[in-house]
Ligand binder design. Structure first.
Ligand SMILES: C[S@@+](CC[C@H](N)C(=O)[O-])C[C@H]1O[C@@H](n2cnc3c(N)ncnc32)[C@H](O)[C@@H]1O
Length: 439
């Protein structure tokens, strides 16, 4: 083993064949590989890069192999080769030679074709290839290929941006979606984590007041009590509910796995004696919630569906709903290829059911925060409008004002009450939040 290109190929094949998330597989694959640190970085760059840019690389491959059926392994090898040619500082001859040698080991008969495709791509150059595959295509398709996003995702993101009058920023958003995100840490309240991270010289993040930026491997920093890896957008979701909810009351994290926000809620209410229930139907994800929580503080992890939450029982509920994940494609590059418009229909049905259950579970005067790591309108504002229409006892609070109370420098729109963070503006995942109060 222990050829970084081979490790990246095996990893991508597993992601494709088993529908796994690359971020969940990567660390165990690297551990088993026994590769030195420098090669581990190469595996990550190769695999994330080839996965992000796969639509564009497939266009190049299809252009040069008309009518040919390629095995999944050969296609992934070509994507890895193209990524080295066009987006890494690997000399062309090494990118081509290494890819061809790798293909020879599992499909000798395809080595000639792989050699020819990569050589022709190198000769043509990136700009010429992109020009050829986008020529005479409609604008949405050109954007889809140029920024490697499915067409329907580009269209849905434009609709979401248009709600804020930002439709013209679509290319900035797509570019940001292809960036490698910084690793964000959260310093949980009630711990000395903030002080410890400041003393270590870490830079605070811009969006969340409890965030720090980790450069390099964050593993050693996680030994500090109260330090977690968490996107700043996710931190703000939990902080928004903590800003308004009764911290001495009973709280529910309705869709809690793997527990990132549960840990923050638990730490935030502990001092005032609040009680937290965390629901999660998938047992292995419920176990991750248990691991994320502080065992010295109160919290119940319950394996179960949000639809079964106890009625009229909670002062504050976080409903961080299962969603398309199209707001966190930087961290989960495969999500843009996995989700289809058809799957959205299933997700929106579950979101509506969970919202209904959350309203029933909420006590009068309590707060419900509905959030998604997706800006897609049918998962966000449409859901909020539907639940408000069905329940006159609910009122929509201004989540943007709450967020500005947490961080006055966050640039948020004044013309709406639901909040939408944007990756290109806030450098967070594109989290959506609606804060609802039961009268
Ligand atoms: C977006 S994730 C939650 C992320 C979590 N809040 C965090 O910050 O770590 C959505 C979770 O909802 C769970 N889920 C799916 N269907 C559910 C249901 N009917 N009731 C409750 N949770 C559900 C999924 O298993 C998944 O773990």
């Amino acid at each position: 083993m222990s050829n970084p290109r081979q490790v990246a190929l095996d990893l991508l094949l597993r992601v494709e064949e088993t529908d796994s998330y690359i971020n969940l597989l990567l660390s165990s694959v690297l551990e088993k590989s026994g590769l030195p640190e420098i090669d581990r970085g190469l595996v990550q760059e190769l695999s994330y890069g080839a996965l992000r840019w796969q639509l564009q690389y497939d266009e190049f491959i299809n252009l040069l192999t008309p009518g040919k059926v390629l095995s999944a392994k050969v296609r992934i090898s070509l994507r890895l080769g193209l990524h080295q040619l066009f987006r890494m500082r690997v000399p062309a001859h090494a990118a081509i030679h290494e890819t061809v040698e790798m293909v020879k080991r599992f499909e000798r008969s395809a080595a000639g074709l792989v050699n020819a495709v990569l050589r022709n791509c190198d000769r043509a150059g990136f700009d010429s290839l992109l020009g050829q595959v986008t020529e005479n295509k409609p604008a949405i398709e050109v954007m889809a290929i140029t920024h490697s996003h499915p067409k329907w995702v580009v269209t849905a993101l434009i609709s979401a941006l248009e709600l804020d009058g930002k439709g013209g920023e679509i290319e900035q958003l797509l570019i940001a979606n292809n960036d490698t995100p910084e690793i964000n840490l959260a310093a949980l309240p009630g711990s000395n984590a903030q002080q410890a991270l400041l003393e270590l010289g870490l830079t605070p993040g811009d969006a969340s007041p409890i965030s720090f930026i980790a450069h390099g491997n964050p593993e050693p920093l996680l030994a500090t009590p109260g330090v977690r890896v968490q996107d700043q957008g996710s931190q703000l979701v939990a902080l928004a509910l903590l800003a308004v909810g009764d911290k001495s009351g009973s709280w529910l994290d309705m869709c809690s796995g793997p527990g990132g926000k549960s840990a923050l809620l638990q730490a935030g209410i502990a001092e005032q004696g609040g009680l937290l229930d965390c629901l999660e139907p998938a047992p292995h994800r419920a176990e991750l919630v248990r691991q994320a929580l502080n065992p010295k503080l109160q919290a119940n992890v319950i394996v179960g569906y949000g639809q079964e939450a106890k009625q009229n029982s909670y002062d504050a509920i976080l409903l961080d709903a299962p969603c398309s994940g199209l707001g966190s494609v930087r961290r989960k590059p495969e999500s843009r290829w996995r989700k289809t418009p058809e799957q959205l229909a299933n997700l929106t049905k579950i979101q509506a059911e969970l919202l209904e259950a959350a309203v029933l579970a909420l006590k009068s005067g309590g707060y419900l925060l509905y959030s998604t790591c997706s800006p897609i309108v049918v998962e966000t504002n449409t859901q909020v409008k539907l639940i408000l229409d069905r329940h006159p006892e609910l009122e929509l609070e201004n989540a943007n004002q709450v967020l500005n109370g947490i961080n006055p420098s966050l640039q948020l729109p004044s013309g709406r009450k639901t909040a939408q963070l944007w990756t290109h503006l806030h450098t967070t995942d594109a989290m959506f939040m609606a804060l609802i109060r039961k009268k």
